[in-house]
Design a protein around this ligand. Sequence first.
Ligand code: AMP
Length: 459
Amino acid sequence: MRYKAPRGTQDILPSKVERWQRLETAARRVMERYGYREIRTPDFEEEDLFLRTVGEETDIVAKEMYSFTDRKGRRLALRPEGTAPVIRSYIENAMWKERRLQKLYYLGPMFRYDRPQKGRYRQFHQIGAEAVGSLSPLVDAEVIAMMVAVLREAGIRRLVLKLNSLGDTTSRASYIKALVKYFRGHEERLCGDCRLRLKKNPMRILDCKVPSCNELAAGIPAMEEYLSQEAREHYDQVQHWLRVLGVSFEKDKNLVRGLDYYTRTAFEVHHGELGATVALGGGGRYDGLVAECGGPDTPGIGFSLGTERVLLAIEQDKALRIKFEEDKYVRKAGYYIAWLGDIALKEAFSLAGFIRKKVRVEMEFEEGSLKSRLRQADRLRLSHAIILGENELKEEKFLVRELSTGNQEKMELSHSEEMRNEMVKKLIPYYDAEKKYDKAMDDLSYRTISGALSEYDGS
Ligand code: AMP
């Protein structure tokens, strides 16, 4: 074969896309319940936006950016993450004027030149949200709870939420001193990159993937001991309100996250089956980011979930896997038109156009036997077939067959608008009934999942 999808990218085929849509719909549903509105920013931005915000010393910027020069010599980059673009847009559109607290969410592709492996791609997707304009720890708790709610709505169990505070500027400075002191004592065990980081940005050592650095990082002093009074109170409040909202968490002193802009609250969510190194998502507070990008001094907090990772977690879950398997066999409301002969094809074509104003219709355009056509209708898991054969045509009628039972009924084939409207009206009750059935199935499986969830949560 001549062409392949570029390394680190994948096609999301129609057979898989349904899972994506379900997850995205669940995410939208939850976030809109929390009063968040969708924002769509470009897939590329000025490169400098990411250099300034994510940080030049981070892996994302130093090693993984898809940067390029356009025909006019502008330096651009495919976005490696979603927060900086949202903040850029927030400032460019003076969104604080509309409402003091802006609650925004996004879904879309991100690009990082990472080493491809399971759950790691060069083009991947994120579901994320940003709350810009409040310093209240209640907002931290709400954002985290919303992220967990998205995952729960998607049916995911066995979540582990990790929480840390990175402190404010004052606490950060004294903590960095302590970190440098600690790592200086063990400099010979640091990798080359980390020796540089020790000079430029010591906190980055904490998310180095080299095992010896990792081991060393396990022994670092806890940030919590260096928090300023204010930062400590904030951290305590976040924990308190998370408990109030019934969100369980573990404190993790090594959690720093791979971007420079985080302050105070940082969090990550993992899945029991995927292992500790693979996060489903995470986020944190970024109180200096808006000002850093040239906007007014405005605090903010956000999260992002990796869509591919969340789907991986769903695949690991037996109950969810079974549900998806079962779904494949559930019939979908719609008509498959099986026609025989040229005249019937013309009738079928015009009929399909008409019925489609209300109901899903499928048909082929090449000649085939009735048997093979009905088999195809069954493969598509459609609820009904319309049969337009020679006999039916002579009588100016067609047959509607319910595919699950084989029951069928004759109906008038007419060209008058009025009669056709009548016909569609007659067809719709079948369709509506099927739709209700689809919905009942959905509710049922959702109930089963939430039942399982409450057992797990003990709530
Ligand atoms: P980050 O912006 O690095 O905190 O990433 C947030 C989430 O996006 C991670 O927890 C992953 O779920 C996902 N993610 C990050 N990088 C990749 C990647 N290269 N491939 C797939 N998912 C990723």
